[in-house]
Write a protein that binds this ligand. Structure first.
Ligand SMILES: NC(=O)c1ccc[n+]([C@@H]2O[C@H](COP(=O)([O-])OP(=O)(O)OC[C@H]3O[C@@H](n4cnc5c(N)ncnc54)[C@H](O)[C@@H]3O)[C@@H](O)[C@H]2O)c1
Length: 337
């Protein structure tokens, strides 16, 4: 069966890797992002920022890959997404575009309103209008809020977000449920758990820590490094999303699923494993826990495995090894942060 794929947020970390993976499998993929060819967005208009340079490099890679069709498009602009997909007749939409980042949402919560709430509504409505068979969208482990019991089950309560970012993801899940109740739109909210790996985001700990260690600068580790995170390698995430989007994946209606491994490690362990891969010694400065942070993330994998049977489980050592190899090529002298 020929599938017409749509991916939003394709200049981003996960979206770019997903599009490249599908194209490598011989699929034709239509992708969009609001970043221009210099990687600039309305939220980050500096072409010299590391985030912009990364988005530009990812777009360049996508545009040079046969089977990938890139379109600059702001999903929050009224009707823009619907107009784009009208002629493409997609079976599957994988919606990853969003303003991401818990810390960013502490500093600038209003940056999240257009992409995450207005943009999400536009995507939902377009999928309903154009009778898209399946909508898969990015949610987040942050919807589980502050808790110290594990693992996190999909049916656990998610009504106590610790950040505005988490609140927008929780709202997305409710909005998708409403579109199913009203119009029968099939949707799956994928709760990602701290994704890391090659082409990763420069605002996230793996990138920030690695660059500081390479420059022999101190890294700030919160809460004595005892916070536990269920880190997920990007290749594993991409494999899970691809399997969940396949017609034989076992889910229906409007539902949500954890995409995480049930293998949390402390931030201290993460830093030591990263430093080993860099073959350097980290200088650690401890700081108190931040307001929007949570103690622990730990996915139950049971529902995911019920939907797709299996997915790869890359070890932290192997995943960070691949990340470091990529970083050393992307930034040989370790100066970008
Ligand atoms: N990386 C993680 O650990 C993680 C964890 C949980 C959830 N998520 C979610 O997964 C998705 C992908 O995350 P990522 O790490 O690749 O983030 P990312 O920031 O690298 O990618 C998101 C992309 O969306 C684009 N975008 C934002 N607003 C847009 C708009 N209005 N129109 C079109 N494009 C727009 C951005 O330009 C960016 O390229 C996001 O929804 C994020 O919230 C990520």
């Amino acid at each position: 069966m020929t599938i017409t794929w749509i991916i939003t947020g394709a200049a981003g970390f996960i979206g770019s890797q997903l599009a490249l993976n599908l194209a490598r499998q011989g699929q034709s993929v239509h992708v969009c992002d609001w970043a221009d060819s210099a990687g600039c967005t309305p939220v980050d208009a500096d072409p010299n920022s590391t985030s912009s340079r990364l988005r530009a490099a990812r777009i360049d890679l996508l545009q040079r890959t046969p089977g990938v069709h890139y379109k600059p498009l702001d999903i929050s602009r009224s009707g823009a997404f619907a107009d784009w997909i009208a002629d493409l007749h997609p079976n599957v939409v994988i919606h990853l575009a969003a303003q991401a980042g818990v810390r960013h949402s502490m500093q600038a919560p209003l940056d999240f309103v257009a992409p995450n709430l207005v943009g999400f509504s536009q995507v939902l409505h377009a999928c309903h209008q154009h009778k898209v068979e399946r909508l898969l969208y990015a949610s987040s482990s942050s919807v589980y809020g502050m808790r110290d019991d594990a693992p996190f089950l999909e049916e656990d309560r998610t009504d106590r977000p610790q950040s505005f970012y988490a609140a927008t993801k929780q709202a997305n899940e409710a909005m998708a449920m409403a579109y199913h109740a009203q119009y029968g739109l099939q949707s799956l909210g994928m709760r990602f758990f701290t994704v890391y790996g090659p082409w990763g985001r420069p605002d996230m700990a793996p990138y920030l820590f690695a660059q500081a260690i390479r420059r022999r600068e101190p890294i700030t580790v919160y809460a004595n490094g005892e916070l536990l995170r269920d880190f997920t390698f990007v290749g594993d995430t991409v494999a899970a999303v691809t399997a969940l989007a396949a017609p034989h994946a076992r889910w229906e209606g409007a539902t949500v699923v954890n995409v995480g491994h049930h293998r949390p490690v402390s931030v201290n362990h993460f830093v030591q494993t990263l430093a080993m891969q860099l073959n350097m010694t980290p200088i650690i400065e401890y700081a108190p826990m931040q307001k929007a942070d949570v103690q622990l993330t730990c996915a139950s994998e049971v529902r995911l495995l019920g939907m797709i049977d299996q997915w790869p489980d890359t070890s932290l050592q192997e995943g960070l090894g691949q990340f470091v190899k990529w970083l050393q090529v992307w930034d040989p002298i370790g100066m970008s942060s």
